[in-house]
Design a protein. Structure first.
Length: 438
Protein backbone atom coordinates (compact mmCIF):
# COMPACT_ATOMS: atom_id res chain seq x y z
CA UNK A 1 0.00 0.00 0.00
CA UNK A 2 2.78 2.45 0.93
CA UNK A 3 4.44 2.00 -2.45
CA UNK A 4 1.26 2.90 -4.33
CA UNK A 5 0.25 5.91 -2.24
CA UNK A 6 -0.23 9.31 -3.85
CA UNK A 7 -0.27 11.09 -0.49
CA UNK A 8 2.84 13.12 0.42
CA UNK A 9 2.62 12.24 4.11
CA UNK A 10 3.04 8.55 3.22
CA UNK A 11 5.53 9.03 0.39
CA UNK A 12 7.84 11.12 2.59
CA UNK A 13 8.12 8.21 5.02
CA UNK A 14 8.21 5.17 2.76
CA UNK A 15 9.27 5.84 -0.85
CA UNK A 16 12.49 4.22 -2.05
CA UNK A 17 13.26 2.11 1.02
CA UNK A 18 11.69 -0.44 3.31
CA UNK A 19 14.51 -2.00 5.31
CA UNK A 20 18.18 -2.82 4.93
CA UNK A 21 18.49 -6.15 3.13
CA UNK A 22 21.38 -7.34 5.29
CA UNK A 23 20.45 -6.17 8.78
CA UNK A 24 16.75 -5.35 8.53
CA UNK A 25 17.40 -1.82 9.78
CA UNK A 26 14.30 0.35 9.35
CA UNK A 27 16.19 3.65 9.38
CA UNK A 28 18.16 4.33 6.20
CA UNK A 29 21.82 3.53 6.96
CA UNK A 30 24.57 6.08 6.39
CA UNK A 31 26.81 4.39 3.85
CA UNK A 32 29.92 6.27 4.90
CA UNK A 33 32.20 4.86 2.25
CA UNK A 34 34.13 6.21 -0.70
CA UNK A 35 34.05 3.06 -2.83
CA UNK A 36 32.09 -0.10 -3.57
CA UNK A 37 33.42 -3.61 -4.18
CA UNK A 38 32.96 -4.96 -7.70
CA UNK A 39 31.98 -8.62 -8.03
CA UNK A 40 34.53 -9.18 -10.79
CA UNK A 41 36.14 -7.39 -13.75
CA UNK A 42 33.08 -7.89 -15.95
CA UNK A 43 30.84 -6.29 -13.32
CA UNK A 44 33.19 -3.31 -13.04
CA UNK A 45 33.37 -2.93 -16.82
CA UNK A 46 29.58 -3.07 -17.16
CA UNK A 47 29.08 -0.38 -14.54
CA UNK A 48 31.50 2.01 -16.21
CA UNK A 49 29.98 1.30 -19.62
CA UNK A 50 26.42 1.88 -18.27
CA UNK A 51 25.44 -1.67 -19.22
CA UNK A 52 24.50 -2.07 -15.56
CA UNK A 53 23.49 0.63 -13.12
CA UNK A 54 25.02 0.47 -9.65
CA UNK A 55 27.43 1.98 -7.16
CA UNK A 56 30.96 2.83 -8.23
CA UNK A 57 32.19 5.76 -6.13
CA UNK A 58 30.38 8.08 -3.70
CA UNK A 59 31.31 11.13 -5.76
CA UNK A 60 28.90 9.76 -8.39
CA UNK A 61 26.30 7.95 -6.30
CA UNK A 62 25.76 6.49 -2.85
CA UNK A 63 22.98 4.25 -1.42
CA UNK A 64 22.00 6.79 1.24
CA UNK A 65 21.77 9.56 -1.35
CA UNK A 66 19.85 7.17 -3.59
CA UNK A 67 17.02 6.81 -1.07
CA UNK A 68 16.74 10.60 -0.81
CA UNK A 69 16.71 10.89 -4.59
CA UNK A 70 14.01 8.23 -4.95
CA UNK A 71 11.87 9.74 -2.21
CA UNK A 72 11.86 13.26 -3.63
CA UNK A 73 11.32 11.90 -7.14
CA UNK A 74 8.21 10.13 -5.86
CA UNK A 75 6.97 13.27 -4.10
CA UNK A 76 7.31 15.28 -7.31
CA UNK A 77 5.97 12.66 -9.69
CA UNK A 78 9.24 12.70 -11.64
CA UNK A 79 11.47 10.11 -13.31
CA UNK A 80 14.78 10.39 -11.43
CA UNK A 81 16.82 12.77 -9.28
CA UNK A 82 20.41 13.71 -8.51
CA UNK A 83 21.64 14.76 -5.06
CA UNK A 84 24.41 17.39 -5.04
CA UNK A 85 26.38 19.35 -2.50
CA UNK A 86 24.23 22.51 -2.34
CA UNK A 87 21.32 24.35 -3.87
CA UNK A 88 23.80 26.54 -5.74
CA UNK A 89 25.36 23.42 -7.26
CA UNK A 90 21.90 22.22 -8.27
CA UNK A 91 21.13 25.52 -10.01
CA UNK A 92 24.48 25.56 -11.80
CA UNK A 93 24.46 21.93 -12.95
CA UNK A 94 20.82 22.09 -14.07
CA UNK A 95 21.86 24.69 -16.65
CA UNK A 96 25.39 23.48 -17.46
CA UNK A 97 23.95 20.06 -18.31
CA UNK A 98 22.38 21.45 -21.50
CA UNK A 99 24.09 24.82 -22.08
CA UNK A 100 27.69 25.63 -22.98
CA UNK A 101 29.72 28.60 -24.20
CA UNK A 102 27.76 30.55 -26.81
CA UNK A 103 24.38 29.39 -25.53
CA UNK A 104 21.83 31.30 -23.46
CA UNK A 105 19.00 30.76 -21.02
CA UNK A 106 16.11 33.06 -20.20
CA UNK A 107 15.56 33.66 -16.49
CA UNK A 108 12.97 35.47 -14.43
CA UNK A 109 14.27 38.59 -12.71
CA UNK A 110 12.64 37.47 -9.45
CA UNK A 111 15.54 35.48 -8.01
CA UNK A 112 17.50 34.75 -4.87
CA UNK A 113 20.60 36.98 -4.84
CA UNK A 114 23.05 34.08 -5.02
CA UNK A 115 21.38 32.75 -8.15
CA UNK A 116 21.39 36.22 -9.73
CA UNK A 117 25.14 36.49 -9.18
CA UNK A 118 25.74 32.99 -10.53
CA UNK A 119 23.74 33.76 -13.65
CA UNK A 120 24.92 37.28 -14.34
CA UNK A 121 28.60 37.02 -13.47
CA UNK A 122 29.93 33.46 -13.14
CA UNK A 123 27.98 32.05 -16.09
CA UNK A 124 29.12 35.02 -18.15
CA UNK A 125 32.72 34.00 -17.54
CA UNK A 126 31.81 30.53 -18.82
CA UNK A 127 30.31 32.00 -21.98
CA UNK A 128 26.69 31.25 -21.04
CA UNK A 129 24.43 34.28 -21.44
CA UNK A 130 21.50 34.74 -19.08
CA UNK A 131 18.70 36.99 -20.34
CA UNK A 132 16.64 38.36 -17.46
CA UNK A 133 12.96 39.08 -18.09
CA UNK A 134 10.06 40.25 -15.95
CA UNK A 135 7.76 37.25 -15.34
CA UNK A 136 4.75 39.52 -14.85
CA UNK A 137 4.22 39.00 -18.60
CA UNK A 138 4.94 35.37 -19.59
CA UNK A 139 5.36 36.42 -23.22
CA UNK A 140 8.63 38.09 -22.22
CA UNK A 141 10.16 34.61 -22.27
CA UNK A 142 9.09 34.07 -25.88
CA UNK A 143 10.47 37.46 -26.91
CA UNK A 144 13.90 36.66 -25.41
CA UNK A 145 14.17 33.21 -27.05
CA UNK A 146 16.35 32.41 -30.05
CA UNK A 147 17.97 29.31 -31.57
CA UNK A 148 20.65 29.29 -28.85
CA UNK A 149 18.20 29.34 -25.93
CA UNK A 150 18.60 26.12 -23.96
CA UNK A 151 16.24 26.62 -20.99
CA UNK A 152 13.91 28.89 -19.07
CA UNK A 153 14.60 29.28 -15.34
CA UNK A 154 12.48 30.59 -12.48
CA UNK A 155 11.60 30.22 -8.80
CA UNK A 156 8.11 29.01 -7.85
CA UNK A 157 7.93 31.41 -4.90
CA UNK A 158 10.76 33.87 -5.53
CA UNK A 159 12.96 34.75 -2.59
CA UNK A 160 12.55 37.51 -1.47
CA UNK A 161 9.90 39.03 -3.81
CA UNK A 162 7.29 36.32 -3.06
CA UNK A 163 5.26 36.69 -6.25
CA UNK A 164 4.25 33.28 -7.61
CA UNK A 165 5.69 32.42 -11.02
CA UNK A 166 3.31 31.65 -13.95
CA UNK A 167 4.52 28.07 -14.38
CA UNK A 168 2.03 26.72 -16.92
CA UNK A 169 2.01 29.86 -19.04
CA UNK A 170 5.80 29.86 -19.46
CA UNK A 171 6.05 26.07 -19.69
CA UNK A 172 3.51 26.11 -22.55
CA UNK A 173 5.57 28.73 -24.41
CA UNK A 174 8.66 26.61 -23.88
CA UNK A 175 6.98 23.42 -25.11
CA UNK A 176 5.89 25.25 -28.26
CA UNK A 177 9.43 26.45 -28.93
CA UNK A 178 11.26 23.36 -27.68
CA UNK A 179 12.66 24.99 -24.51
CA UNK A 180 12.39 23.22 -21.10
CA UNK A 181 11.38 25.11 -17.97
CA UNK A 182 13.62 24.62 -14.93
CA UNK A 183 11.80 25.47 -11.69
CA UNK A 184 13.51 26.17 -8.37
CA UNK A 185 10.86 24.88 -5.96
CA UNK A 186 12.92 25.43 -2.80
CA UNK A 187 10.38 27.70 -1.08
CA UNK A 188 7.30 25.63 -1.94
CA UNK A 189 7.88 21.87 -1.47
CA UNK A 190 4.66 19.89 -0.99
CA UNK A 191 2.67 23.07 -1.79
CA UNK A 192 3.55 23.04 -5.50
CA UNK A 193 4.28 20.21 -7.95
CA UNK A 194 5.80 22.01 -10.96
CA UNK A 195 5.73 18.89 -13.18
CA UNK A 196 1.94 18.92 -12.98
CA UNK A 197 2.02 22.35 -14.66
CA UNK A 198 4.49 21.54 -17.44
CA UNK A 199 7.93 22.15 -15.92
CA UNK A 200 10.66 19.79 -17.16
CA UNK A 201 13.23 20.03 -14.33
CA UNK A 202 12.94 20.92 -10.63
CA UNK A 203 15.82 22.05 -8.45
CA UNK A 204 15.95 22.31 -4.68
CA UNK A 205 18.18 23.63 -2.00
CA UNK A 206 17.56 20.78 0.45
CA UNK A 207 19.24 22.99 3.04
CA UNK A 208 15.92 24.77 3.44
CA UNK A 209 12.47 23.22 4.07
CA UNK A 210 13.34 19.67 3.04
CA UNK A 211 15.91 19.49 5.83
CA UNK A 212 14.21 21.93 8.15
CA UNK A 213 16.82 21.52 10.88
CA UNK A 214 19.50 23.93 9.65
CA UNK A 215 22.31 21.38 10.07
CA UNK A 216 23.27 20.41 6.52
CA UNK A 217 23.94 21.90 3.09
CA UNK A 218 22.66 20.11 0.00
CA UNK A 219 20.73 20.30 -3.25
CA UNK A 220 18.66 18.16 -5.62
CA UNK A 221 17.89 18.13 -9.33
CA UNK A 222 14.74 16.23 -10.31
CA UNK A 223 14.11 15.14 -13.90
CA UNK A 224 10.43 15.07 -14.83
CA UNK A 225 11.05 12.63 -17.68
CA UNK A 226 8.40 14.62 -19.56
CA UNK A 227 10.48 16.60 -22.07
CA UNK A 228 11.32 15.15 -25.50
CA UNK A 229 15.02 15.97 -25.89
CA UNK A 230 15.27 13.98 -29.14
CA UNK A 231 12.44 15.91 -30.78
CA UNK A 232 14.50 19.07 -30.39
CA UNK A 233 17.88 17.51 -31.14
CA UNK A 234 19.32 20.63 -32.78
CA UNK A 235 18.65 22.66 -29.65
CA UNK A 236 20.25 20.07 -27.34
CA UNK A 237 23.44 18.77 -28.96
CA UNK A 238 24.90 17.85 -25.55
CA UNK A 239 22.21 15.17 -25.20
CA UNK A 240 21.89 14.14 -28.84
CA UNK A 241 25.45 14.11 -30.18
CA UNK A 242 28.38 11.88 -29.14
CA UNK A 243 29.82 13.00 -25.82
CA UNK A 244 33.64 12.82 -25.89
CA UNK A 245 33.75 12.90 -22.09
CA UNK A 246 32.01 9.50 -21.92
CA UNK A 247 33.42 7.39 -24.80
CA UNK A 248 31.13 9.03 -27.35
CA UNK A 249 27.83 8.18 -25.68
CA UNK A 250 24.72 9.74 -27.20
CA UNK A 251 22.71 10.19 -24.03
CA UNK A 252 19.22 10.06 -25.49
CA UNK A 253 20.13 6.66 -26.96
CA UNK A 254 22.49 5.25 -24.34
CA UNK A 255 20.07 5.29 -21.41
CA UNK A 256 16.79 4.33 -23.11
CA UNK A 257 16.61 0.98 -21.25
CA UNK A 258 16.50 2.97 -18.00
CA UNK A 259 13.57 5.17 -19.10
CA UNK A 260 13.28 8.88 -20.00
CA UNK A 261 16.23 9.91 -17.84
CA UNK A 262 18.88 11.02 -20.35
CA UNK A 263 19.10 14.46 -18.74
CA UNK A 264 19.69 13.27 -15.18
CA UNK A 265 22.05 10.41 -16.10
CA UNK A 266 24.23 12.76 -18.13
CA UNK A 267 24.34 15.17 -15.18
CA UNK A 268 25.39 12.35 -12.87
CA UNK A 269 28.10 10.66 -14.92
CA UNK A 270 29.65 13.76 -16.50
CA UNK A 271 29.15 16.95 -14.48
CA UNK A 272 28.90 15.38 -11.01
CA UNK A 273 31.79 13.08 -11.87
CA UNK A 274 33.97 15.90 -13.22
CA UNK A 275 33.08 18.80 -10.91
CA UNK A 276 32.79 16.71 -7.76
CA UNK A 277 29.92 18.58 -6.09
CA UNK A 278 28.59 15.44 -4.40
CA UNK A 279 26.27 15.32 -1.40
CA UNK A 280 27.81 13.53 1.57
CA UNK A 281 25.89 10.45 2.76
CA UNK A 282 25.77 11.93 6.26
CA UNK A 283 23.95 14.99 4.91
CA UNK A 284 21.64 12.79 2.84
CA UNK A 285 20.71 10.97 6.05
CA UNK A 286 19.86 14.30 7.69
CA UNK A 287 17.68 15.33 4.76
CA UNK A 288 15.83 12.02 4.87
CA UNK A 289 15.04 12.72 8.53
CA UNK A 290 13.73 16.15 7.62
CA UNK A 291 11.74 14.86 4.69
CA UNK A 292 9.78 12.52 6.96
CA UNK A 293 8.05 15.45 8.67
CA UNK A 294 8.02 17.90 5.75
CA UNK A 295 4.26 17.65 5.00
CA UNK A 296 3.44 18.29 8.66
CA UNK A 297 5.89 21.17 9.01
CA UNK A 298 4.69 22.90 5.85
CA UNK A 299 1.19 23.07 7.30
CA UNK A 300 2.46 24.87 10.39
CA UNK A 301 4.79 27.14 8.41
CA UNK A 302 1.86 28.19 6.21
CA UNK A 303 -0.57 28.67 9.08
CA UNK A 304 1.85 30.79 11.11
CA UNK A 305 2.95 32.82 8.06
CA UNK A 306 -0.66 33.64 7.25
CA UNK A 307 -1.16 34.98 10.77
CA UNK A 308 2.07 37.00 10.59
CA UNK A 309 1.06 38.55 7.26
CA UNK A 310 -2.29 39.61 8.69
CA UNK A 311 -0.60 41.06 11.77
CA UNK A 312 1.90 43.06 9.70
CA UNK A 313 -0.77 44.43 7.36
CA UNK A 314 -2.37 46.24 10.28
CA UNK A 315 0.83 47.57 11.86
CA UNK A 316 1.53 51.32 11.63
CA UNK A 317 5.30 50.83 11.12
CA UNK A 318 4.73 48.73 7.98
CA UNK A 319 3.93 50.20 4.57
CA UNK A 320 3.69 47.01 2.51
CA UNK A 321 3.48 43.26 3.09
CA UNK A 322 4.71 40.68 0.58
CA UNK A 323 3.04 37.32 1.04
CA UNK A 324 1.81 34.95 -1.63
CA UNK A 325 -1.64 34.78 -0.05
CA UNK A 326 -2.10 38.50 0.47
CA UNK A 327 -1.52 40.08 -2.93
CA UNK A 328 -4.00 42.78 -3.90
CA UNK A 329 -3.15 42.28 -7.57
CA UNK A 330 -5.77 39.95 -9.07
CA UNK A 331 -3.34 38.14 -11.37
CA UNK A 332 -0.90 37.49 -8.55
CA UNK A 333 -3.71 36.16 -6.39
CA UNK A 334 -4.83 33.89 -9.25
CA UNK A 335 -1.32 32.48 -9.65
CA UNK A 336 -0.98 31.83 -5.94
CA UNK A 337 -4.27 29.95 -5.89
CA UNK A 338 -3.47 28.06 -9.10
CA UNK A 339 0.00 26.83 -8.18
CA UNK A 340 0.02 26.58 -4.38
CA UNK A 341 -2.13 24.03 -2.60
CA UNK A 342 -2.56 23.71 1.16
CA UNK A 343 -1.09 27.11 2.01
CA UNK A 344 0.88 30.05 0.67
CA UNK A 345 4.31 29.20 2.06
CA UNK A 346 6.28 30.18 5.11
CA UNK A 347 7.96 33.33 3.79
CA UNK A 348 6.75 36.85 4.55
CA UNK A 349 8.37 40.11 3.49
CA UNK A 350 7.53 43.66 4.47
CA UNK A 351 8.59 47.27 3.99
CA UNK A 352 9.35 49.48 6.97
CA UNK A 353 8.57 53.19 6.94
CA UNK A 354 12.01 54.13 8.21
CA UNK A 355 14.04 52.59 5.38
CA UNK A 356 17.56 51.35 6.07
CA UNK A 357 17.77 52.63 9.66
CA UNK A 358 14.46 51.03 10.59
CA UNK A 359 15.43 47.76 8.89
CA UNK A 360 18.66 47.54 10.87
CA UNK A 361 16.91 48.45 14.12
CA UNK A 362 14.24 45.83 13.58
CA UNK A 363 16.76 43.05 12.97
CA UNK A 364 18.93 44.04 15.94
CA UNK A 365 15.92 44.11 18.28
CA UNK A 366 14.71 40.58 17.53
CA UNK A 367 15.00 38.19 20.46
CA UNK A 368 13.52 34.85 19.38
CA UNK A 369 13.97 35.12 15.61
CA UNK A 370 17.45 34.16 14.41
CA UNK A 371 19.31 36.63 12.21
CA UNK A 372 20.66 34.23 9.57
CA UNK A 373 20.88 33.92 5.78
CA UNK A 374 18.88 30.70 5.59
CA UNK A 375 15.17 30.04 5.10
CA UNK A 376 13.01 27.03 5.86
CA UNK A 377 14.25 26.08 9.33
CA UNK A 378 11.74 24.84 11.89
CA UNK A 379 12.72 27.95 13.89
CA UNK A 380 11.84 31.50 12.77
CA UNK A 381 14.48 33.46 10.87
CA UNK A 382 14.90 37.04 9.65
CA UNK A 383 17.21 38.88 7.28
CA UNK A 384 17.68 42.36 5.81
CA UNK A 385 18.43 41.44 2.16
CA UNK A 386 19.78 44.84 1.04
CA UNK A 387 22.75 44.53 3.39
CA UNK A 388 23.23 40.75 3.17
CA UNK A 389 21.90 38.25 0.62
CA UNK A 390 21.41 40.86 -2.14
CA UNK A 391 24.17 43.29 -1.17
CA UNK A 392 26.34 42.40 -4.22
CA UNK A 393 23.57 43.58 -6.57
CA UNK A 394 23.31 47.15 -7.84
CA UNK A 395 20.39 49.26 -6.52
CA UNK A 396 18.57 48.72 -9.81
CA UNK A 397 19.13 44.96 -9.64
CA UNK A 398 17.96 44.89 -6.02
CA UNK A 399 14.70 46.58 -6.97
CA UNK A 400 14.23 44.14 -9.86
CA UNK A 401 14.43 41.22 -7.43
CA UNK A 402 12.08 42.91 -4.95
CA UNK A 403 14.60 44.34 -2.47
CA UNK A 404 14.63 47.89 -1.07
CA UNK A 405 16.48 49.48 1.85
CA UNK A 406 13.55 49.01 4.19
CA UNK A 407 12.65 45.48 3.12
CA UNK A 408 12.84 42.64 5.64
CA UNK A 409 12.29 38.97 4.81
CA UNK A 410 10.98 36.57 7.42
CA UNK A 411 11.03 32.78 7.34
CA UNK A 412 8.28 31.87 9.76
CA UNK A 413 8.92 28.80 11.89
CA UNK A 414 6.70 26.38 13.75
CA UNK A 415 6.89 28.00 17.19
CA UNK A 416 3.64 29.01 18.89
CA UNK A 417 2.14 31.92 16.98
CA UNK A 418 1.76 34.04 20.15
CA UNK A 419 5.53 33.97 20.70
CA UNK A 420 6.24 34.78 17.06
CA UNK A 421 3.95 37.81 17.09
CA UNK A 422 5.26 39.03 20.43
CA UNK A 423 8.84 39.10 19.15
CA UNK A 424 7.80 40.86 15.95
CA UNK A 425 5.78 43.44 17.86
CA UNK A 426 8.61 44.50 20.14
CA UNK A 427 11.09 44.61 17.22
CA UNK A 428 8.68 46.79 15.23
CA UNK A 429 8.57 49.22 18.15
CA UNK A 430 12.36 49.51 17.93
CA UNK A 431 12.10 50.09 14.18
CA UNK A 432 9.56 52.83 14.73
CA UNK A 433 11.80 54.52 17.26
CA UNK A 434 14.70 54.41 14.79
CA UNK A 435 12.53 56.07 12.14
CA UNK A 436 11.52 58.83 14.52
CA UNK A 437 15.14 59.43 15.52
CA UNK A 438 16.38 59.60 11.93
Amino acid sequence: MAGNSKNPETIALHAGYRADETTGAVAVPIYQTTSFQFRDTEHASNLFALKEFGNIYTRIMNPTCDVLEQRVTALEGGAAALAVSSGQAASAISVQNIASAGDNIVSATDLYGGTWNLFKNTFKLMGIEVRFVDPADPENFRRATDDKTRAYYAETLPNPKLTVFPIKEVADIGRELGVPLIMDNTAAPILCRPFDHGAAIIVYSTTKYIGGHGTSIGGLIVDGGNFDWEKHADRFPMLNQPDPSYHGAVWTEAVKPLGPVAYIIKARVTLLRDLGSAMSPANAFQFIQGLETLPLRMREHCRNAQAVAEFLKGHPAVTKVSFAGAHEDAEQKRRADAYLSGGYGGLVGFELKGGLAAGRAFIDALEMFYHVANIGDARSLAIHPATTTHSQLSPEEQLATGVSEGYVRLSIGIEHIDDILQDLDQALEAAGAAKDAA
